[in-house]
Design a protein around this ligand. Structure first.
Ligand SMILES: [Zn+2]
Length: 286
């Protein structure tokens, strides 16, 4: 772990007093990193906290490296998981509750003074609702901007070089996620129980791949219908600590770089060119 740029600055909101939290939110504030995970089966070889563990590590480590820019918030532990409820250890939150709850948390940061919020998501089925929450923050705030990232998208280029699994087969408790967990906590991974579960494409238009993108048709079936019972989607046997470390560093670097640019992006004034508005549109001839 590297030394913080300014050891005076606390990177974690949960460790702050309220005067410290106030300072962190002044003048638009530091960019808030909100980790959003899930408690969900990840095959017979990984603990159910994979998605939480990864995003909490990314947010906390990014804020430790750049406490002048970033503030890591306590995580949203539970996610939208109905499709995996046939497997033990999975907890789900109804989609409407999830969206409203995550929105309320993000909007609280806006009310405290922060103007840049980044939702860092670790679970596939949270991606769409997180994007909607970010949109709603932008739509309903005068000066705050929110963006949603699914962390694996920060390492797509690297995955193209590292992956041993064929495209269409790296989706869940797979080579990628298992490598990440090996990097975070090797002792917690039961590699002797890691089994491949490579699905056949059910149509020419539907497949799932975290690192190369899903098929052109959005379709998620109940996972108990399609897995052969392992809960894996991919081949975790090719996972290594070294791959996990490379993914971690790549995602961290891209996360920090995005936040620098997101913070520097100006919030431009809204215009109203409608018949009810006062703004003049240069493209409109009187
Ligand atoms: Zn996962």
């Amino acid at each position: 772990m590297s030394t913080p740029a300014n050891p005076q600055l606390q990177p974690l909101l949960e460790r702050m007093t309220w005067p410290e939290a106030r300072r962190a939110a002044q003048d638009g504030g530091r960019v808030v990193l909100l980790p959003i995970g899930a408690i969900e089966q990840h095959g017979p070889h990984l603990p159910v906290d994979v998605d939480n563990r990864i995003v909490v590590w990314l947010c906390n480590e990014a804020a430790r490296r750049r406490p002048d820019l970033l503030l890591s918030a306590p995580p949203i532990h539970y996610g939208f998981n109905e499709h995996n409820m046939g497997f033990p250890g999975t907890i789900t939150v109804a989609i409407e509750h999830f969206i409203n709850y995550v929105f309320d948390v993000c909007h609280s940061f806006v009310r405290q003074g922060h103007t840049r919020i980044v939702l860092l998501n670790g679970h596939g089925s949270n991606a769409m609702p997180c994007a909607l929450v970010a949109r709603r923050i932008v739509n309903e705030s005068s000066d705050a901007l929110a963006a949603a990232i699914s962390h694996w998208n920060l390492a797509r280029d690297l995955a193209a070089q590292l992956r041993e699994t064929a495209i269409g087969g790296m989706a869940h408790a797979c080579e990628y996620e298992t490598s990440w967990y090996l990097f975070l906590d090797q002792a917690a991974v039961k590699m002797e129980l890691a089994v491949p579960d490579l699905l056949e494409r059910r149509t020419d238009y539907t497949w799932a791949d975290l690192m190369a993108g899903d098929g052109p048709v959005a379709f998620t079936d109940d996972w108990s219908r399609v897995s052969n019972g392992s809960g894996v989607e991919g081949d975790p046997r090719t996972a290594t600590v070294a791959k996990g470390q490379q993914y971690a560093e790549e995602e961290l670097a891209n996360l920090i770089r995005f936040c620098e640019q997101f913070k520097a992006m100006p919030t431009l004034p809204r215009r109203n060119y409608t018949a009810r508005g006062q703004d003049e549109n240069p493209h409109y001839e009187q």
